[in-house]
Design a protein around this ligand. Structure first.
Ligand SMILES: [Zn+2]
Length: 303
């Protein structure tokens, strides 16, 4: 699998509930980039043990602190006593464990509390697997997200800034802040770098970078034209995420998620109002229509 990956990088491809784990095992400082969602912690621990062939993990680096990227931090910290390195911007929120600012409350997602040892600096060079990587800004999906760039090998760890087919929801816009322009700038930066290989936060690593970039450029233009599109995506995405974890959600639970969590975001409320009945119906129908779920006794069931 992933025959075009440099030999010193392993990508544990995980899906949508958990981000990929990118492992640098043969190194002085065995490191993993991103740790998945909390409910997958046991699998993350086991997969990492295999990838590291029993060596202890020395360091976790997070591209950003969303629950599906940092959810395994606490567990791995406990098991390995490893260092945790986080992007700049949310250190105070982690210190105080402010689940509102860390996005876990507004999304109704869980993340076990962890501590950090170090904060990345934008523009700095770090060593990963015996090679140098640049820490680059990646605003858009998350204002504080970073990407990691290996100029020698032309490899980009793009987090949720660029996937093979799109990128993550533009969260700052949901909170009534700017995000479309930042995502555009991040895509421009990736175009300039012209990576040979992209390792995304979700999905398989890919080399069809030009095609992915043109899809992403078209998509950000389309989203920026009408903010409702980003909100619609967010509602579907966040309910689908919750459903992946819960496997079954009665209708009231879907409505509750929308009412008590998602609608607390002023960027969402501003666009769709607060009439949650029709909204709940709409989200449920959408998820069934795209085949992400089926309806069973008025409950959504994950496919
Ligand atoms: Zn994310």
């Amino acid at each position: 699998m992933h025959a075009f990956l440099p030999a010193h990088i392993q990508v544990l491809e995980r899906g949508w509930l958990s981000s990929n784990n990118i492992v640098f095992a043969q190194a002085d400082v065995p490191t993993v980039v991103d740790t998945g969602y909390v409910s997958h912690g046991e699998a993350t621990e086991r997969l990492l043990d295999e990838a590291l062939s029993g060596r202890p993990l020395a360091r976790i680096i997070n591209t950003h602190l969303h629950s599906d990227h940092a959810g395994g931090n606490a567990r791995l910290q406990r098991r390995h006593g490893c260092r945790v390195v986080i992007p700049p911007g949310l250190r105070d929120a982690v210190d105080a464990w402010d689940e509102e600012r860390l996005s876990y409350t507004p999304t109704d997602q869980a993340c076990e509390r962890f501590t950090y040892d170090e904060v990345l600096r934008i523009g700095a060079r770090i060593e990963l697997g015996g090679q140098e990587w640049d820490v680059l800004p990646a605003g858009g999906h998350d204002a504080d997200m970073v990407m990691l760039w290996n100029p020698r090998e032309g490899v980009l760890i793009s987090a949720d800034a660029l996937w093979r087919n799109g990128f993550g929801v533009i969260f700052p816009e949901l909170a009534g802040e700017s995000g479309f322009a930042e995502q555009q700038a991040t895509l421009d930066l990736i175009s300039q770098l012209a990576p040979r290989l992209v390792i995304p936060g979700h999905g398989a690593p890919f080399t069809e970078v030009d095609d992915a970039l043109s899809i992403a450029h078209a998509r950000i233009r389309w989203l920026a034209e009408d903010p409702k599109r980003n909100v619609d995506n967010a509602l579907k995405g966040l309910v689908a995420f919750k459903l992946l974890d819960r496997r079954r959600m009665p209708r009231e639970e879907v409505q509750d998620l929308i009412e008590r969590h998602l609608l607390t975001q002023r960027g969402i409320r501003a666009v769709i109002g607060d009439d949650t009945e029709p909204l709940t119906d709409w989200v449920i129908n959408q998820l069934v229509r795209v085949g992400a779920a089926r309806l069973e006794d008025d409950a959504l069931v994950a496919r």
